[in-house]
Ligand binder design. Structure first.
Ligand SMILES: [Ca+2]
Length: 228
């Protein structure tokens, strides 16, 4: 073998891949065994591509409790995608949400209405070790309404490629999703990062057959990143 020339498969995307963290897109190198190739000579190519991991490689989602158990040391970043509680006249109502970490207890994530949500802000950002158990709770922030927890049928934990929340089979997913959720849906499926999950919570109705039961009253995104 003569000169090894290493070519980045996708230099721009590789730049966004911080060392030690899993890539969000396929990255790798393509190696050619010659620096110049003469006509009629086929160079030997080798490649080493690292594909994005799936979230179930780094966490386990326990059933039926929907508790999340981390399998490795992870950075956990939490943002609110949306709060979708309005009445017939368009008035907004606030929701309140928490995550519980087995190592540190309940942490407040967000209290507010849909128009107060800023999905660009991480409401929580921490490192957890393997074996951490993460739970969820949210409520309509008015008296007379109770918390719903991760083990309730009013809360769903969803990942990349799942059907969006609140859509019975046969419905057109994009049109039945809340406005704020549409950027996260492609071809009728959730388009999240490979190591993201969302909590989708229904806070106003407990009867799944009611039209108000849409599992879009509070949607929280949790992004996991492997850390050394
Ligand atoms: Ca609702």
């Amino acid at each position: 073998m003569k000169t090894i020339t290493s070519i980045c498969v996708c230099g721009i995307l590789l730049a966004s891949f911080a060392g030690g963290e899993d890539p969000a897109v396929p990255v790798g190198s393509l190696n050619v065994n010659q620096s110049t190739v003469r006509e009629g000579v086929s160079p030997q190519l080798t490649w080493d591509i690292e594909f994005p991991a799936s979230v179930i490689e780094v966490i386990e989602i326990e059933e039926p409790t929907q508790e999340i158990v981390t399998k490795t040391r992870l950075r956990v970043q939490v943002c609110v995608i949306g709060v979708g509680i309005t009445d017939g006249s368009g008035r907004e109502y606030p929701a309140k949400s928490y995550l519980h970490y087995s190592s540190s207890g309940w942490k407040h994530i967000f209290t507010g209405t849909g128009s107060e949500v800023n999905p660009a802000i991480f409401c929580d950002d921490r490192i957890v070790e393997a074996g951490e158990i993460i739970r969820f709770a949210a409520k309509l922030n008015m008296s007379g309404y109770n918390y719903y927890y991760n083990d309730s049928q009013n809360v769903k934990v969803l990942m990349n490629g799942d059907l969006p929340p609140g859509n019975a089979a046969g419905y057109e997913h994009q049109t039945s999703a809340s406005e704020y959720l549409r950027p996260y849906i492609e071809d009728g499926k959730l388009a999240l990062g490979p190591l993201d999950i969302i909590y989708a919570a229904e806070l106003t109705h407990s009867d799944p057959s009611h039209y108000g039961y849409d599992l879009q009253d509070t949607i929280i995104l949790v992004r996991f990143t492997k850390v050394p």
